[in-house]
Design a protein around this ligand. Structure first.
Ligand code: MG
Ligand code: MG
Length: 284
């Protein structure tokens, strides 16, 4: 059949309800990391904070189910973009840190990432540029999520993300942003990574139909420079080829009969989506 590849990507209403709890546990783990992060803490300590939170809420880390990966989160610092392995690295003032976390509860998954820029009063301009990069990346994600609410086909999401970055005032003033094309978002459900791919940029294909039961992780990865990447010697960490700083934001979002709901945000995305004219609806 022509549509064989995306067959079975749509969840039933009962399955969507099972994805609420893993989303909330994933969100809680990132809230805990946000509260703990400061200069002097190691990325391994942040990993422990996330792990404790997920376990205390009855979940398990789904990253630990990825073959060869033994940690609960990925921590990507400065020019590391994604898949950074927690370790002894001590965070420093001014660092831009992306934390990617995921929880599995009763066999269903959540996946979400945030970026945090630590303060450094000694170099305000660099900190401001890093905060802007994170803000543009986060807002591009919310514009992608907002588009999902009215999209007919999934690949409109990437169009909205790219459009937002292109039209951002700082882009018009000469700021350079590279939207990664080597890595993309994905469907999510019983597995953390499922079909279909979710592009963060325009593509020729329209992608699968957006209809109730679709659950996707939308996760733009953006550098303040090139889209070219390389993998470090640890064979996990993906870094920007030109050393430019990077940001990564991600949410898992469900489409259901009455609207969309951001599973990995405690308010379903209401606060961030309100300025974009979208009101998320809890999964019935
Ligand atoms: Mg993730
Ligand atoms: Mg993901």
């Amino acid at each position: 059949m022509a549509f064989g590849k995306n067959k079975g990507i749509y969840k039933t209403p009962a399955e969507l309800r099972l994805m609420v709890q893993p989303g909330l546990v994933t969100a809680a783990s990132l809230t805990a990391v946000r509260e703990a992060i400061r200069p002097g803490i190691t990325t391994l300590e942040l990993d422990a904070v996330a792990d404790r939170t997920i376990r205390s809420l009855g979940g398990i880390s789904n990253f630990q189910l990825v073959p060869g990966y033994r940690h609960t989160v990925c921590t990507s610092v400065n020019d590391d973009i994604v898949h950074g392995i927690p370790g002894g690295r001590m965070l420093e003032p001014g660092d831009i840190v992306s934390i990617d976390s995921g929880a599995e509860v009763d066999g269903w998954n959540g996946d979400s990432a945030i970026t945090i820029v630590l303060d450094d009063p000694s170099r305000p301009e660099e900190v401001a540029a890093r905060r802007l990069l994170s803000e543009v990346t986060e807002q591009s994600m919310w514009h992608g999520i907002a588009r999902l609410a009215s999209a007919r086909h999934l690949n409109e999401v990437g169009e909205a993300i790219e459009e937002f970055v292109e039209e951002h005032p700082s882009t018009r003033q000469g700021a350079v942003y590279g939207i990664l094309t080597d890595y993309v978002g994905h469907g999510i459900g019983r597995s953390m990574h499922e079909a279909p791919p979710v592009f963060n940029y325009r593509v020729r294909q329209r992608g699968p139909e957006v209809k109730p039961g679709l659950v996707v992780a939308i996760e733009p990865m953006i550098t303040a420079g090139t889209t070219e990447t390389f993998t470090r010697d640890d064979e996990w960490t993906v870094a920007s080829a030109d050393g430019s700083m990077a940001s990564h934001w991600e949410h898992s979002v469900a489409v259901h009969a009455d609207g969309i709901w951001v599973l990995t945000s405690p308010d379903g995305g209401a606060a961030a989506l309100a300025p974009l004219g979208v009101t998320p609806v809890p999964i019935p």
